[in-house]
Design a protein around this ligand. Structure first.
Ligand code: FE2
Ligand code: FE2
Length: 127
């Protein structure tokens, strides 16, 4: 069961960034599924590490793209990225056998935050 889906409302009009966002959402769904299965903490952790890697790669790619385009709000945008990076790091800090419900709740917050970031901040930068 996907936690969310990419849709055209999230398009920033730059193909490589849209592809990144689609991949991010797919990775988030993988984490969600792993957490819901609940019987394999290491599967969930592996999925989370993949998400962290992808988040970091994407943010760096996006920041580079913004720098190249001399985006004036880059510093503020980077702060949002940092907050999102910290949220992912906090998810990874949860003890392996902690309550999965907490991890699911944190993932839902991350989803809402990330979708809001794409819909508002990424779109503002690209349009
Ligand atoms: Fe983005
Ligand atoms: Fe961004």
């Amino acid at each position: 069961m996907p936690i969310t889906r990419w849709n055209t409302d999230l398009s920033v009009g730059v193909e490589k960034l849209d592809t990144d966002h689609q991949q991010l959402i797919a990775t988030m769904n993988t984490v969600f599924d792993a957490l819901l299965q609940g019987n394999s903490a290491s599967t969930a952790r592996k999925a989370l590490l993949t998400l962290q890697e992808y988040v970091n790669d994407h943010f760096l790619r996006e920041e580079k793209w913004m720098l190249k385009n001399a985006y004036v709000e880059l510093d503020r945008h980077k702060q949002e990225h940092d907050a999102l990076r910290q949220h992912v790091a906090r998810l990874l800090e949860l003890p392996q056998h902690s309550d999965d419900q907490l991890a699911v709740e944190m993932l839902v917050v991350l989803r809402d935050w990330l979708l809001g970031h794409i819909a508002r901040s990424d779109r503002a930068a690209a349009h």
